[in-house]
Design a binder for this molecule. Structure first.
Ligand SMILES: [Zn+2]
Length: 295
């Protein structure tokens, strides 16, 4: 099944809602990075929220989400754009913790205390930056807090990943419901109640609900607008990695040449390894020398 985000609105545009199924995306990230279940859940929740935030952008706009916590996962990073392309990684993918009191993967302990940062490239000279402290480390609540405090848009956020033992991603997805100014109080109360009543997202997806049905079960009179397909894509390339090497400068490259007889660069985002032979490295040393002379 193809992953996608559905965009919707309600109450004459005063409610905007998004729901996503990201199962294939999160499974691909698990395979690429070799994440263990609690890391899969934390990374999967983060990329799912980031993907839906990407669907709030337009054209070539894109965003990066960083969750920097004191827990064993270290940093979680997700990139998403308006076209539905997403990538992400977690600093320490092999983390194992006991289940929490509710018998669930203990994402909060794996993330720890820290901050959620959002950086949006909106094509302006300076990117937009927003940061909030993590309030629970469970990620969905942290995004809700970010929207309320940093963007001043009260929002309900639910994101979830269901891992099937030993480690495969069975379901992943989520929703964001945003309440804009002018929404009557009773509508706010009705939505808050509906969101609070909702079972876990992964439970609903596992029952076979589509993202559309997820929104319909939560937002009364929701009007579905469109779908954005979601997929993994990394922006790295061999050329980009060559530029990274050239930027290291001639001396650094010559020592790689002498000591390792080549170079190997690893992309954090997709875990792809780019290898450069002795001959290729020699050419890059020449390029670096030329660049050095021009300076
Ligand atoms: Zn990459």
């Amino acid at each position: 099944m193809q992953d996608y985000i559905v965009r919707a609105t309600a109450v004459s545009g005063k409610v905007r809602a998004y729901a996503a199924r990201t199962t294939a995306l999160v499974e691909e990230l698990r395979r690429r990075h070799g994440t263990w279940p609690v890391a899969t859940a934390a990374l999967g929740r983060t990329v799912t929220a980031a993907a839906m935030m990407g669907a709030m952008l337009k054209g070539t706009e894109r965003l990066t989400v960083q969750i920097r916590g004191s827990g064993p996962l270290g940093e979680i990073v997700a990139d998403a754009d308006a076209a539905g392309y997403v990538r992400g990684y977690v600093r320490e993918p092999r983390v194992d913790l006991p289940l929490n009191a509710a018998g669930k993967l203990d994402v909060a302990s794996a993330v720890g205390e820290g901050f959620l940062h959002v950086i949006k490239d909106l094509g302006l000279r300076e990117p937009y930056r927003g940061s909030v402290p993590l309030i629970s480390g469970e990620i969905g609540e942290d995004f809700a807090y970010y929207f309320a405090v940093s963007e001043q848009i009260p929002s309900g956020v639910g994101v979830g990943v269901l891992v099937e033992p030993p480690d495969r991603v069975k379901q992943a997805g989520g929703f964001i419901v945003q309440l804009f100014p002018g929404l009557p109080e009773e509508e706010v109360a009705r939505l808050e109640e509906a969101i609070a009543r909702l079972p876990a997202v992964t439970t609903l997806l596992d029952r076979g609900l589509t993202p559309e049905e997820l929104l319909q079960s939560m937002v009364p009179d929701v009007q579905l607008l469109d779908r954005v397909p979601v997929s993994f894509r990394c922006r790295c390339s061999r050329e980009r990695m060559e530029r990274v090497l050239v930027a290291l400068g001639r001396d650094e490259l010559e020592s790689l040449y002498r000591e390792q007889g080549g170079a190997e660069i690893h992309c954090h985002f997709c875990a792809e390894i780019y290898r450069f032979s002795r001959e290729e490295l020699q050419r890059l040393i020449e390029r670096a020398a030329e660049a050095g002379e021009k300076r």
